[in-house]
Design a protein around this ligand. Structure first.
Ligand code: ATP
Ligand code: MG
Length: 268
């Protein structure tokens, strides 16, 4: 079990407005954190090779955030250096017709990483208790049952060999405004601007409440939620890389034993 001030305790009651999104933990300067992050990323690369070679465990990373919360940036900066053959990224968009015709966990289960792989969920099965709840897309009597079902689902994955880490990238409303404004101002970011994000921004408080419930009801020792202070991208990257590397080190990943008789083989 990894020790972290950002881990949500099981059945904890969360108040997001009591948690500082601009926390920088032990670091005063960006460069100090960035140097540590680089070290973590080098370790991550080695650990991922072991995970792949070992082939007995999978890792599932769940990333959730408000719009412009930094999910894409975290994926780019934390996972940009790992071998692409050992990693999958799945973005959870508005469900397709086929997805909507199945139970709400179907697409998550389909995308869950097989042994040896790191699977990253950019948004996830949690959208079914976030956007669906906030926008009233699903009746309360249906979404309110889902927390328990999510816990069962994650227990199945964990019991069958998947290590799960869930990161909520916690930004302030002010930081979101600045990031959305940058998407308007910078021609290189225009493609990221989505007017619908402004509509969702009006529902900020409802989303925060829905996140508080999801984080509080679905953080378990086998599938912990971490609330990552994410106003500073460099700190966010350090927190995620640190938690991931520490978790993978605890998994004691080893290369598989060499086949017998390797020392007798002669290559002509
Ligand atoms: P960014 O943070 O950069 O805005 P994004 O993750 O919002 O990126 P988009 O393609 O803009 O990516 O949006 C995906 C949309 O799909 C989100 O608004 C999300 O809430 C929505 N979505 C995901 N799952 C569901 C669901 N089960 N029901 C309804 N909408 C969903
Ligand atoms: Mg969006």
């Amino acid at each position: 079990m990894i020790d972290s001030p950002y881990q949500v305790q099981s059945s904890g009651k969360i108040k997001l407005n009591k948690i500082a999104p601009d926390d920088t933990g032990p670091f005063k300067h960006k460069d100090d954190a960035a140097a540590q992050t680089d070290k973590n990323l080098a370790e991550l690369k080695c650990l991922q090779e072991r995970l792949y070679a070992n082939g007995q465990h999978a890792i599932l990373i769940v990333l959730q955030a408000m719009d412009a919360g930094g999910k894409d940036g975290a994926i780019e900066h934390v996972f940009g250096g790992v071998n692409p053959q050992g990693c999958t990224v799945t973005s959870f968009k508005v469900p397709t017709h086929l997805e909507a015709a199945h139970d709400f966990l179907w697409r998550g289960h389909l995308a869950a990483p097989p042994k040896g792989m790191i699977g990253i969920f950019n948004r996830s099965h949690y959208e079914s208790v976030l956007v669906e709840r906030v926008k009233d897309l699903t009746p309360k009597k249906v979404w309110s049952r889902r927390y328990e079902l999510i816990n069962y689902f994650e227990k199945i994955l964990a019991d069958e060999g998947t290590t799960i880490l869930k990161f909520f990238l916690h930004i302030s409303k002010k930081e979101q405004k600045e990031r959305l404004q940058a998407r308007l101002d910078d021609p290189q970011k225009h493609w990221k601007f989505n007017p619908a994000d402004l509509v969702e921004r009006k529902r900020w408080n409802k989303y925060q409440k829905a996140y508080e419930d999801a984080l509080g009801l679905c953080s378990k020792p086998h599938a912990p939620w971490y609330i990552v202070p994410a106003d500073h991208k460099w700190y966010r990257n350090w927190v995620i890389s640190d938690l991931l590397v520490r978790t993978m080190k605890e998994m004691d990943l080893r290369f598989p034993p060499a086949p017998k008789g390797l020392d007798k083989i002669k290559i002509d």
